[in-house]
Design a protein around this ligand. Sequence first.
Ligand SMILES: Nc1ncnc2c1ncn2[C@@H]1O[C@H](COP(=O)(O)OP(=O)(O)OP(=O)(O)O)[C@@H](O)[C@H]1O
Ligand SMILES: [Mg+2]
Length: 366
Amino acid sequence: MGDSGGRSARGAGAASISDVPVEDRYFLLIEAVHDYAIFMLDVGGRVASWNPGAQRIKGYTSDEIIGRHFSAFYTPEDIATGKPARALAGAAADGRFEDEGWRVRRDGSRFWADVVISAVHDESGALLGFAKVTRDLTERMRLAELERADMVSTQVQIARESEQKRVAQELHDDLGQRLTALKMSVALLEADLNAGPATRPLASHAHELQIQLDAMASSLRRIAADLRPPLLDDLGLAAALEWLAEDFTKRYGVRASVHLEAAEPRFGEFASTALFRIVQEALTNVARHANATRVRVDLKCADAVLALDIEDNGGGVELDQPPARPSFGLLGIRERVRQLHGNVAFSSAPGQGFRMSIRIPLDALR
Ligand SMILES: Nc1ncnc2c1ncn2[C@@H]1O[C@H](COP(=O)(O)OP(=O)(O)OP(=O)(O)O)[C@@H](O)[C@H]1O
Ligand SMILES: [Mg+2]
């Protein structure tokens, strides 16, 4: 770290900090601090001392910065509006000036700083200069931003699922019931038409209508099921996954199997929905991209961790290639896993099938 002068001389030969002269103890204290930039400015704002924390945060060695004006730490915008001078004037007038904002490192990069400037006076009250303490809060700010973004994206997902659930319910309860009623009416009509010799030729039309209505009802069931997996709310994840695999096999002719080890896992609604959506997206990818004949979903809980592995025997893909078009499936899976504090790995190569391995701490799934 920057040699602020005489570090080895001060305190040398002392067996304990209490043997060190008091003035040197302060020096050693400031030298030991690496998380804060602690330095002095003269009355005109030129840097008069420097500590290792200042070097770490701002990037200048003491030789490079001592004697330079402290406006070097400010952004061009702040310099243009006279912020450094205002800060010193504020500290001189009130004894203390505090500010949070962007500052500039030696290499030009910016960091979010918490800055306190305190006026230093001599015994007669004359201004000697300023003590400046700067903390780098960039990481903390980024973390707070990430946390906020995380909360928002979780809320958006919850809201979306609940809206889909509502629409699925409406489709089933309202449209579904009406379709059933309509089908019964058409069945009665068909019977009536069949009863009279004059109307019998028309009965085939009514029969045709019934076939159409059946197709509509099954489309409706499929749309509702895509919006909200049946069984998930009533019977839980295991049953919903079994249903998903069965439905997938029927729809796409690719054999999907679900293997659950140990007792049926009972997770919270958010977690169950997330796991279900992950498997659903993985299966959709198999249908769209894999050209596989089978796909296997393994779910097991051991050592406080849930392991979810999904593997197909299809054509695979070169994962290092940048995507040919925007795609969100794998991104969405990553995002869901991240929200559950887990991790996910995709592995594949041309001709080698596709595999995803997800690990999530059970604590995050309750
Ligand atoms: N099981 C698989 N077998 C082979 N390739 C796959 C498989 N799963 C994903 N891929 C490849 O990874 C790419 C990214 O998948 P992703 O799910 O993110 O996007 P997508 O399915 O193309 O589009 P969407 O945003 O609609 O999901 C796919 O375009 C495909 O090339
Ligand atoms: Mg996809």
